[in-house]
Structure formats: structure tokens, C-alpha cells
Design a binder for this molecule. Structure first.
Ligand code: ADP
Ligand code: 5GP
Length: 208
């Protein structure tokens, strides 16, 4: 699990289900051509409108468990009774090639990434309130009443993990939250250690 990562930057985004993480990520990815989104593997069934290979790689429990045995996942966890995991080979290849990589993973997976790769940047998305979170989940209408109750109950425990993250964004007004999120990626890209190669040519002796 702790294979050395390459040159790109790893970003982890977590949020309780229904906060708007998928919506936000969809908004910013088109504006950040240097970022690759890691499509996770899961054993949960596809929701209507989800496309295999784009939203998730949908695996059977047997396939997923075989993947765990083979060390396929950079991190994995059981979330809301299903397995979820990040394909390690692809992410490592992207990082080696210099891409930044965005992982949309739960708080358990984020802990694994933080321990193994402390240079990762972790972003937590909060809802404006529990009431708004419930409204959003209800309006999305993708969960049964029982699943919805379970996701809301889990939300409080997940939010307890927020202080471990580097950045916290409240997804109240979508355009503001998207701008905040995008600015983290852009600011990181401007850090001295990312841009020092641009300074070097100006420092070479001028032989005119
Ligand atoms: P998540 O990926 O965190 O589970 P989604 O992106 O599926 O959440 O969003 C849950 C629901 O909330 C969707 O119906 C989405 O359109 C809506 N939503 C997301 N962000 C906002 C926002 N800032 N204001 C209002 N509704 C939002
Ligand atoms: P959903 O079923 O709503 O798409 O996702 C449920 C939860 O699983 C979300 O918190 C989401 O971030 C998390 N998740 C999605 N992919 C992964 C993954 O690869 N690893 C882990 N640990 N969690 C994931």
C-alpha cells in the first residue's frame, strides 16, 4: 500500500454522502486540465444515470476481494455496507507522469492515504447544516428510506474527521464552493517547489 508515489500531487476530497462532492468535482475538473480523476471501484450497484468506467468501476464482491488479495488497491474501505477502493497502478502511473490526481474517497480511505503519503492534500466538504444535507439527499432521490437514514447517521461521524483535513469548504452556494475548491488546486500549482524550474533560466549567466 505504501509504494512510493511519483511527481504529481495527490488531492483527497471527502464529504458525507449528499453534500455535493460529485457535483463540485464535476464543475472544477473541466477547468483543471492538469488533474486526473481516479474512478473508484465499488461493489454497490450503479444508480440510474451512472456510467460504468466513468462514475465507478462496478465490481462483484468476489472480484473486489480478489483485488484486495492481489494488492490492487492504494486504499480501500467498507462504506455504507459496500466495498470501495482506489486502483493503485493507474494512480501511480499518472503521478509518475506528472499528473495531479484527485481521489474522491471516504474518511477511512483518506486516513490510509494520509498515513502512507503524508504529502497528499486533504479537503473536506461540509454541508451548511444537517437539515440541508437531508434535503439534498432526499431531493437526489437515489437512496431508499433505510439507506438514507443510514447515510445521515454516518454523516456526523464523518464530520468528526474534518479537523484532520488541510482544507475545509462549506458547500452552501455552489458557485462559491466550486471557486474555493478550484483555488486550492491553482494555489498549490503556484507553490515555489512546483515552479522553481521556471526561475532557473533567469539565473543562468548572461553571456551577451
Ligand atoms: P455527493 O457526491 O456528495 O453524495 P451530489 O453531488 O450527488 O453529492 O449532490 C447531492 C444533491 O445535492 C444533488 O441533487 C445535487 O444537485 C445537489 N447539490 C449539490 N451542491 C449543491 C448546492 N451547493 N446547493 C444546492 N444543491 C446542491
Ligand atoms: P457513493 O455511494 O455515494 O457514491 O459514495 C459513498 C462514499 O464512498 C462517499 O463518501 C465516497 O467518497 C466514498 N468512496 C468513493 N470511492 C471511494 C474509494 O475508492 N475509496 C474509499 N475509501 N471511499 C470511496
Amino acid at each position: 500500500m505504501a509504494a512510493p508515489l511519483g511527481r504529481g500531487q495527490v488531492y483527497v476530497i471527502s464529504a458525507p454522502s449528499g453534500v455535493g462532492k460529485t457535483t463540485l468535482i464535476g464543475r472544477i475538473l473541466t477547468k483543471l486540465p492538469f488533474v486526473r480523476y481516479s474512478v473508484s471501484c465499488t461493489t454497490r450497484p450503479p444508480r440510474s444515470g451512472e456510467t460504468p468506467g466513468k462514475d465507478y468501476h462496478f465490481l462483484s464482491r468476489e472480484e473486489f476481494q480478489r483485488g484486495i488479495g492481489e494488492g490492487r488497491f492504494l486504499e480501500w474501505a467498507v462504506v455504507h455496507d459496500a466495498y470501495y477502493g482506489t486502483d493503485g497502478d493507474l494512480v501511480n502511473r499518472w503521478l509518475q507522469d506528472g499528473w495531479d490526481v484527485l481521489l474522491d474517497i471516504d474518511v477511512q480511505g483518506a486516513r490510509q492515504i494520509r498515513c502512507a503519503h503524508p504529502q497528499s492534500l486533504n479537503i473536506f466538504i461540509l454541508p451548511p447544516s444537517m437539515e440541508v444535507l437531508e434535503e439534498r439527499l432526499l431531493r437526489r432521490g437515489t437512496e431508499s428510506a433505510e439507506q438514507l437514514k443510514r447515510r445521515l447517521a454516518a454523516a456526523r461521524d464523518e464530520i468528526m474527521e474534518a479537523p484532520w483535513y488541510d482544507f475545509i469548504i462549506v458547500n452552501d452556494l455552489l458557485h462559491e464552493a466550486a471557486a474555493d475548491l478550484e483555488s486550492i488546486f491553482r494555489a498549490q500549482r503556484c507553490r515555489r517547489f512546483c515552479q522553481s524550474w521556471r526561475v532557473a533560466p533567469f539565473l543562468t549567466p548572461d553571456d551577451r
